[in-house]
Ligand binder design. Structure first.
Ligand code: FAD
Length: 457
């Protein structure tokens, strides 16, 4: 851990966004005695997990002037991680005795349960009082070693304020990345950001591009109404062609080779389908339309930089920070650790390295990723590197490393997701990790008793 300074600063801090990252950032900043304003353009806390049946009018979200719908959650969505490892460390995501029948106690619950958990979290730590709802941040820029934050509320009234620091928690699953399909292809196209329910695909032949979490889920959701569903997956060898278990109209292919004016789509494996619709499950782009750093921070091929350990821009640290950029990791747990680090760096309890040292570190990180042949767009993908990253941040703030059961659960979860994508939410073989997790919560007095299912087993 970096040496602690003796003087502890209490600053005025703006947090942008009241999703899972912004909520825990607000809590940690306040715990560190900072004064916090959370700007939230929606009327509720929860961010991505605030489901809406509405989607954007432009199904590929290509129009920069479109009305933005923030959430990308579809109606049938259940979590892709077991709940014990998914929650914040000191407020576990577990069914609670006071939960009523509207709650979902499954290990991989529906999106509604995640929103209810985040609302519980906000209530428990009295976070809502810090949030300015229906207020969008439209500009953030440095001014005399402080930060100018311009916001606009739903009545169109703008406000200009100066803060000592800004913590960016605006989420990164709203600006779709779309695969290139020539205009001459006559079918319909939609990005998963705008997918809610399968009805529109009734009796259609649908090609889903992408086979990660959303692609795997949405293709299965559609099979119930569509005639045929074909997944095109870049990460599979070119000969790939298989019928997937769990339905009789779902096939996995390698990537698309070409699309044609007559509506046909040819895959690298040589198979040809006459498709009605392409669903792009091709991910999202980092997007900070409000941020003006005179070109210091850029987003190039989905790499936000330069950022020290994905959080601090060296020349602007600690006044500007980003929570939640890395993916393929334990999101809420990481948000909590990153937030504690930011709060402590702002108060001076933890000292960051010099700007030069942070820049050296960033350059070395980029060089290492490049040497391993990682595309730039994967700069913030942690995957196998997550344990080192999370434990390193924990060390900076004097917190214990992540629990072994937590890391084992996520690794096992990823494996099941990849190998049994039709059943991974309901069939598992790591009950012993569930027991370890709950015993840990009990030992730390984070729960008052073991759930009845565990006592019975
Ligand atoms: P968000 O939840 O997106 O919150 C950002 C907030 O910022 C929003 O409330 C938004 O309104 C606000 N905002 C944005 N711009 C402005 C502005 N200019 N001014 C004011 N407010 C603004 N993670 C898991 O751990 N488990 C899962 O099972 C899981 N499933 C997922 C499924 C899908 C389909 C997707 C897309 C992601 C999933 N994730 C999952 C990852 C998920 O993104 C994170 O868990 C987490 O909820 C993101 O939190 P966040 O606070 O970073 O962003």
């Amino acid at each position: 851990m970096a040496p602690a300074r003796t003087r502890v600063n209490s600053l005025n801090v703006a947090v942008i966004g009241a999703g899972a990252a912004g909520l825990v950032a607000a809590r940690e900043l306040r715990r560190e005695n900072h004064t916090v304003v959370v700007f939230e353009r929606d009327s509720k806390v929860g961010g991505l997990w605030v489901y809406t049946p509405n989607s954007e009018p432009d199904p590929l979200s290509l129009d920069p002037n479109r009305t933005i719908v923030h959430s990308s959650v579809y109606d049938s969505l259940r979590t892709n991680l077991p709940r014990e490892c998914m929650g914040y460390r000191d407020f576990p995501f577990v069914p609670r005795p006071e939960d009523d029948e509207s709650r979902d106690s499954r290990r991989y619950p529906s999106h509604r349960e995640v929103l209810a958990y985040l609302e519980d979290f906000a209530r428990e730590f009295k976070l809502v009082e810090m949030v300015r709802f229906k207020t969008e941040v439209v500009l953030v820029e440095p001014e005399d070693k402080k930060w100018r934050v311009q916001s606009k509320n739903s009545d169109g009234i703008s406000k200009d304020e100066i803060f000592d620091a800004v913590v960016v928690c605006n989420g990164h699953y709203t600006e779709p990345r779309v695969a290139h399909v020539p205009d001459s292809w006559p079918g319909k196209q939609i990005h998963s950001h705008n997918y809610r329910v399968p009805d529109q695909f009734k009796d259609q032949v649908v090609v889903v591009i992408g086979n990660f979490a959303s692609g795997a889920d949405i293709s299965r959701d559609i099979t119930g109404v569509a005639k045929e569903v074909h997944i095109a997956s870049r990460s599979n060898p070119s000969k790939t062609y298989s019928k997937l278990p769990g339905s009789n109209n779902l096939w996995l292919h390698s990537m698309i080779e070409s699309v044609h004016e007559d509506g046909t789509i040819v895959f690298q494996n040589g198979k040809v389908v006459q498709a009605d619709t392409i669903v792009h499950c091709t991910g999202y782009k980092y997007h900070f339309p409000f941020l003006n750093t005179n070109g210091y921070i850029t987003v190039e091929d989905n790499c936000v930089g330069p950022l020290y350990e994905h959080v601090f821009p060296p020349a602007l640290a600690p006044g500007l920070s980003f929570i939640g950029l890395p993916w393929m990791t334990l999101q809420f747990f990481m948000f909590e650790l990153q937030s504690k680090w930011v709060a402590a760096a702002l108060s001076g309890r933890v000292t960051l390295p010099s700007e030069e040292k942070m820049m050296e570190d960033v350059t070395a990180y980029y060089a290492k990723r490049e040497a391993f042949g990682q595309p730039k767009r994967y700069t913030h993908r942690l995957g196998g590197g997550q344990v080192d990253y999370l434990n390193w941040i924990a060390e900076q703030i004097g917190a214990p490393p992540g629990e072994q059961w937590r890391y084992q659960e996520i690794n096992g979860g990823y494996y099941r997701l990849a190998t049994q994508s039709d059943t991974f939410r309901d069939k598992w073989d790591d009950d012993h990790l569930i027991v370890e997790a709950y015993e840990d919560f009990l030992r730390q007095k984070l729960i008052s008793s073991l759930p009845s299912q565990l006592l019975e087993s």
